[in-house]
Design a protein around this ligand. Structure first.
Ligand code: AMP
Length: 433
């Protein structure tokens, strides 16, 4: 039996919880300010949802999905259960499935949803790349206007600021719509065919089906060739060019910093028109994006519904946490225990429990070490917890109906009647604020 977390997965220990909580609190607040409502979808979904949505040609679907299987099969299995299930590798298809399933098209449009939770991708674990990692993101469904794209990018930018990541840059491009995409595809095919010999084996096969993905390849030579591709936007249809121009104008107007990245594409098939990523200015290679997203106007139609424009962005939580740590950004600490209750003997233990209950009702954080029997070992725990005050109840105090209240920093102590403990503790804690 291996006593270690599976490769590429990690425990979120108490010390790290404050980072997750800080991010989630910041997210909830920004979402509220901007009128987004929270959604949570199942950790696993039918594979077909992702094959159709994220795309059979995407790296995620081809190589990175985990299957979910029951260990025991029986004859009474649901028919639906015969469909293959996968752990969600990203949220968008699940959120859109919920949008369709719950008839959200009948709600006032656009529908604005946000999420926070784990996703799963099989890849080679390394710094900034895990197999189970947390994502949060926003989806806005039902608005096509270029101002929507700019608003989504602006939201991404203000969230980074609220997360104290000020030095970010937004990379942006447009990859066209279903009208101009076939031309663009032919154009890229032509361009890369001339360089075929130098491409990696994967890209050679991408050449026919999806030359866009060559621009997203991790192989260094392919990346170098990719950078020499003439700008994609030069080959867009007039409507897409106009849409993109307006997005940029809105961004200029709001003074949101961005860099045009003429060969930026995104690894998922459903994107159309505006695509963007957010990286740290210091990330010269622009490899470790903090967030990525774009418009996906065709996805809902791919699922057989009335065409509905949509746009979204997803952030990687662990990458943000790494940056917060690297930059020694101080976060509010979780509240520490203020009082320790030490006891000696069975009767004292009962009294200690009663005091713990009273303090709990008063929302005062208190701790005890009820399975330790010597005073010395209990006071050692109190020291480790760095509590300012310890209450000590021994056999004598039980008989007298008193308790000792010790000020741990000053080393002084006093004896109080048991009925007065709460008042005395409250007063002492007040003085320590
Ligand atoms: P994607 O869904 O691939 O567009 O990714 C959105 C964000 O999730 C990225 O910008 C990263 O911050 C984060 N991310 C993607 N893949 C991983 C991974 N394997 N491990 C940790 N974070 C990731």
């Amino acid at each position: 039996m291996l006593f270690q977390a599976p490769r590429g997965c990690k425990d979120i220990l108490p010390d790290d919880q404050k980072y997750y909580q800080f991010i989630e609190r910041t997210l909830d607040k920004q979402a509220e300010i901007n009128g987004y409502e929270k959604i949570e979808t199942p950790l696993f979904e039918y594979e077909s949802l992702y094959k159709k949505g994220t795309g059979e040609g995407s790296e995620i679907v081809q190589k990175e999905m985990y299957e979910v299987k029951r260990l025991i099969k029986d004859e009474n299995e649901d028919k639906a259960e015969k469909e293959r299930l996968i752990l969600r590798p990203e949220y968008t298809p699940g959120v859109i499935r919920a949008f369709i399933e719950h008839g959200m098209k009948n709600l006032p449009q656009p529908v604005q949803l946000y999420y926070f939770g784990p996703v799963f991708r099989y890849n080679r674990p390394q710094k900034g790349r895990l197999r189970q990692f947390y994502q949060f993101g926003f989806e806005q469904i039902g608005a096509a206007d270029p101002a929507t794209d700019a608003r989504m990018i602006s939201l991404m930018h203000s969230l980074a600021k609220a997360l104290r990541l000020e030095e970010v840059v937004i990379l942006i491009n447009s990859i066209g719509c279903s009208t101009c995409r076939p031309n663009l595809k032919d154009y890229l095919k032509d361009f890369f065919s001339k360089k075929k010999a130098a491409l990696c084996e994967d890209c050679k096969s991408r050449l026919e089906q999806n030359p866009f993905r060559i621009l997203d390849c991790k192989n260094e030579t392919c990346q170098k060739i990719g950078k020499t591709t003439p700008p994609i936007i030069d080959h867009l249809c007039e409507a897409c060019k106009d849409h993109f121009k307006q997005v940029l104008e809105f961004l200029d107007e709001s003074e949101i910093p961005y860099d045009l990245e003429p060969t930026l594409v995104r690894g998922l098939d459903y994107y159309a028109r505006t695509v963007f990523e957010m990286v740290m200015k210091s990330d010269n290679k622009r490899q470790n994006s903090l967030a990525g997203g774009g418009r996906y106007d065709d996805l809902i139609q791919i699922y057989g519904e009335r065409p509905t424009p949509a746009i979204g962005v997803a952030f990687g939580v662990e990458r943000i946490i790494e940056l917060l740590k690297e930059r020694h950004i101080k976060l509010e600490e979780a509240e520490k225990p203020q009082i320790f209750i030490a006891q000696l003997g069975e009767k004292a233990k009962k009294k200690a429990i009663a005091i713990l209950e009273i303090l709990q009702h008063e929302n005062i954080i208190a701790r005890a070490a009820l399975s330790k029997n010597t005073l010395k070992s209990q006071l050692r725990v109190a020291d480790q917890l760095e509590v300012p005050i310890t209450v000590i109840i021994g056999q004598r105090e039980v008989m007298d109906g008193t308790a000792i209240i010790r000020d741990m920093r000053e080393g002084v102590q006093e004896i109080v009647e048991q009925e007065e403990i709460l008042d005395r503790l409250k007063r002492k804690l007040e003085l320590k604020k």
